[in-house]
Design a protein around this ligand. Structure first.
Ligand code: NAD
Length: 498
């Protein structure tokens, strides 16, 4: 699909309270990270749009045409959203490729996962059963769940369509109205998703899509008294600020934040599987992944041979045109993000790191025009080095040797983050022991970066709070309520007979 075909007819209008129109914010250009060509001029949301969207959402969820629908009726709309995503799958995959430069094979998978997310939460909604709880008197006790009201969904640029779906589907399923604020640099797929939701029958005002500045639009959404929950995915510092504001409002938040995930290769690991898994874990998505396995611990007995194979594998990765079916790593999202990755590599080398591969921009094949960076592996650092402790969010791997399990666990857990970890071993008892001892929300054993929408996901420590996905993911967008139904034949005794 050519650039012109894809973006022909693409309207840069935004969705505010049921109306597609130019936002009142500063217009900006959305760029293709592979060659800096202009995708579209975006009429970004301004402060007034954000306030209007919240007011419209608040009015919309109180109407009977969304929260008041029976669960199977809302589920039918969600299924139609999934159908719409599937019908527009190829266009959505290309829009996201233009947005953040991810290879087309990867954006296709993200689009398929977004459709699956809508179907999953439609099914959860239809099969959700409220409970009759054991009663202790002449009354019937019930626990039910109600929508929260207006939810602000704030998403990052690295997997827009999938992170949007992960918030929109459960929030809408639960009967809420949603104001979605995608990252400024990746508005295309989110706006298209807004159109799909509208066509599927999400009523007017129930969904707004506001691309724009986080510090303006995001901040207004978080502070607005009518916003009853913020579902945020992004960096830890922004998440911390949101949590502070939420504390003032006593508002629930879910925070999916950064990571610096350890991958551990024991001496008895299946080496072919481990090499492939480690390469995929850190270098897929060009390392722009919250769960990137960016700290690699390898047992001393196999360290040299394992790292040698890893470096050989990294040098073979195909870094280039995201449109090519066989590309494994596209460009980084922006030029300033690549600058920050280069600064981290320089810091690592100043700290005494040894560059084993990468550490530079690739040349040739037109890649000079985009924000490409070679897969980079650095050895010789300790776990305390800045480059090993701080999230880089790029294709940079630190490799560290270990000798015994106790020291390894202390080092693997010595991180402010606790998002994910990987273990490669043939010893299932060790996998169980180490897996349970790792302080992370997800542990992959003899695999990495695999996801099921049915399995909860979220971080420990500074990687976040709250859980997405799974059946419980739906209840995160509800208020629980207890109902007591009196069944007494006589008035309550306390007042006596009056
Ligand atoms: P970011 O925190 O800069 O931005 C995320 C979103 O928040 C964007 O939409 C942004 O506009 C908005 N925002 C920025 N300032 C805001 C403010 N003051 N108030 C409200 N909203 C604001 O993150 P990013 O650079 O877009 O994404 C990269 C980060 O996201 C990494 O740290 C990565 O680890 C994290 N991430 C986490 C997960 C997860 O599930 N844990 C998944 C993907 C990305």
């Amino acid at each position: 699909m050519s650039h012109q075909d894809l973006l022909q007819g693409f309207s840069s209008d935004i969705l505010v309270g049921g109306e597609w129109r130019a936002g009142t914010g500063k217009r900006y250009q959305s760029l293709y990270p592979a060659d800096e060509s202009v995708n579209a001029e975006i009429a970004a949301a301004g402060a007034d749009d954000a306030v209007e969207a919240v007011e419209a959402a608040d009015a919309a969820w109180r109407r009977a045409d969304w929260a008041g629908l029976k669960p199977h009726q809302r589920a039918a709309v969600l299924h139609r959203v999934a159908d719409g995503i599937t019908q527009r799958a190829e266009a959505l995959a290309h829009l996201q490729r233009r947005d953040n430069g991810k290879p087309i094979s990867e954006t296709r998978a993200l689009v398929a996962s977004a459709a699956g997310t809508f179907r999953y939460f439609a099914s959860c909604l239809e099969t959700l059963e409220e409970t009759l709880t054991p009663s202790r008197g002449d009354y019937l006790t019930m626990s039910v769940h109600e929508p929260l009201g207006v939810v602000a969904a704030i998403t990052p640029w690295n997997s827009p369509i999938a992170s949007d779906a992960q918030k929109l589907a459960p929030a809408l399923a639960a009967g809420n109205a949603v104001v979605l604020k995608p990252a400024e640099v990746t508005p295309l797929a989110s706006l298209e998703l807004g159109r799909i939701c509208e066509a599927a029958g999400v009523p007017r005002g129930v969904l707004s899509v506001l691309p724009g500045k986080g510090s303006v639009i995001g901040d207004i959404l978080v502070r607005h008294p009518k916003v009853k929950k913020v579902a945020f995915t992004g960096g830890t510092e922004v998440g911390r600020g949101i949590a502070r504001l939420a504390a003032e409002k006593l508002m629930p938040v879910s925070l999916e934040l950064g990571g610096k995930s350890p991958t551990i290769v024991f001496e008895d690991a299946d080496i072919d599987h481990a090499v492939a898994g480690v390469l995929y874990g850190i270098f897929s998505s060009s390392g722009e992944s919250c769960i990137a396995g960016s700290r690699l611990f390898v047992h001393k007995a196999i360290f040299d041979t394992f790292v040698e194979r890893l470096v050989a594998g990294a040098k073979q990765l195909r870094v280039g045109d995201p449109l090519r079916e066989d590309t494994q790593m596209g460009p980084l999202v922006t030029s300033s993000h690549r600058d920050s990755i280069e600064r981290y590599v320089a810091i690592g080398l100043e700290e005494g790191g040894r560059l084993l591969c990468g550490g530079e921009r690739p040349a040739g094949d037109g890649r000079e025009k985009g924000y490409f960076y070679q897969p980079t592996i650095i050895a010789g650092l300790t776990n305390q080095a800045r480059m090993v402790q701080e999230e880089i969010f790029g294709p940079v791997l630190a490799v560290l040797p270990f000798e015994n399990e106790a020291d390894l666990l202390a080092e693997a857990n010595d991180s402010v983050y606790g998002l994910a970890a990987g273990i490669w071993t043939r010893d299932f008892k060790r996998a169980w022991r180490v897996g349970r001892a790792l302080e992370t929300g997800t542990v992959w054993i003899n695999t990495y970066k695999q996801f099921s929408i049915s399995t909860p996901f979220g971080g420990w420590k500074e990687s976040g709070m709250g859980r997405e996905k799974g059946r419980l993911g739906l209840l995160e967008y509800t208020n629980q309520k207890s109902l007591y139904w009196g069944l007494n034949e006589n008035p309550l005794a306390w007042a006596g007979r009056v």
